[in-house]
Write a protein that binds this ligand. Structure first.
Ligand code: WQD
Length: 338
């Protein structure tokens, strides 16, 4: 089975490719390299032992996308390609709708035209919005409150409608919680451009001395210590979840949405303390006002992933902070170091 992987050079896509290639899956890697480095391909080869097939294509270019389907006999798609910065999506929603939604429509149309019926989609717990209850189950209503989350929710609805229209389709949307960590080798990791939006890459940039201190966005939430609580999941556990989802598609039809989370939450201060203790490094921080749009606390009910996919997280917060640091300390400037 040949699997097209969009966004393959990105943070989660690249970790998935290493795991999938190591398991002998036949992949075609696709990325426009707008938010990723061509150097990642060599690292994927080094870690997997397989020289990956790569196509530099933008999913917004329908003709170029169709040409990839014509060139390879694709059996399934794993769709990571998309913008993912919440704040940026509010500042420039059309850029997000063009890339995340129009790009996904191009992909779905190409799949339909080419008779490719299996899709695993990279979605996000952001689709749920303000928690009506915690932990989120997949039955929690969807009410995204930012354009980024809206694009993920819209793609899920398109997938569901397509599956309802044609019983040959088999699609699964994986709702990630907070992916962090890095490949245990320290050669692959998260390498955001500019000042990181997300907590862990900000922490590692402080640890490596690139940033002076961490701003903790609020300590007055109704949580264990007043700081935000999230369900952090190791990127390697996430990669395995995608492989399990591909296996599931082979024997099932229709659409499913599945949470990929650890099923427990940690606060910002708990993550900082764990990072400092495990890595023997100080993370200076200051308490700042709450960040617009942040929720106090949410985490996953991961029962469905266990029952449907036979998947659960194997790695814990200690592994996540240790592997994140191994990557950043070995690559202080990310891939530009290579
Ligand atoms: C985590 C916690 C912050 C930065 C977002 C998207 C989600 C997914 C992951 C794409 C919160 C606090 C953060 C900082 C801080 N992205 N924080 N100082 O906001 O939970 O989720 O990223 O798929 O879809 O919504 O992740 O890492 O930004 O924040 O105190 O400099 O860390 O307030 O409590 P978030 P995050």
């Amino acid at each position: 089975m040949t699997i097209l992987v969009t966004g393959a050079a990105g943070f989660i896509g690249s970790h998935f490719c290493v795991s999938a290639l190591q398991q002998g899956l036949d992949l075609v890697l696709l990325d426009n390299l707008e938010n990723s480095s061509i150097k990642v391909l060599k690292i994927i080869e080094e870690l997997s032992g397989v020289a990956p097939v790569f196509e530099q294509v933008d999913v917004r270019d329908k003709d170029a996308l169709v040409a990839v389907f014509d060139k390879y006999s694709i059996d399934a798609v794993v769709h990571f390609a998309g913008y993912k910065a919440v704040g940026e999506s509010s500042a420039d929603p059309l850029m997000y709708y063009r890339n995340n939604v129009a790009g996904s429509i191009n992909l779905l149309e190409a799949m339909k035209e080419q008779g490719v019926h299996k899709l695993v989609f990279s979605s996000s717990a952001t689709v749920y919005g303000e928690p009506e209850f915690n932990p989120y189950t997949e039955l929690h209503r969807k009410q995204p409150f930012n354009p980024y989350g809206q694009t993920k929710s819209m793609m899920e609805d398109m997938m569901r409608d397509l599956c309802d229209s044609d019983s040959q389709f088999s699609m699964i949307s994986l709702r990630y919680f907070n992916p962090i960590g890095a490949h245990v080798s320290g050669k692959l990791g998260e390498d955001p451009k500019g000042i990181p939006n997300n907590l862990m890459p900000f922490v590692t940039k402080v640890a490596v001395g690139e940033l002076k201190e961490l701003g903790v966005f609020g300590d007055d939430y109704d949580t264990v210590d007043g700081t935000g609580v999230r369900d952090y999941i190791h990127v390697m556990d996430l990669a395995v979840g995608h492989i399990k989802a591909i296996n599931y598609l082979s024997d099932n039809r229709g659409f499913e949405a599945v949470n990929l989370g650890a099923g427990k939450g940690y606060s910002v201060l708990q993550l900082i303390e764990t990072f400092e203790r495990l890595n023997n490094v100080k993370i200076p921080f200051v308490i700042k006002p709450r960040r617009e749009g942040d929720l106090a606390a949410y985490w996953a009910d991961a029962t469905k992933a266990k029952q449907l996919l036979g998947w659960q997280t194997e790695l814990g917060l200690d592994d996540m902070v240790r592997d994140s640091w191994a990557w950043q300390s070995a690559n202080p400037n990310g891939y530009s170091d290579n």
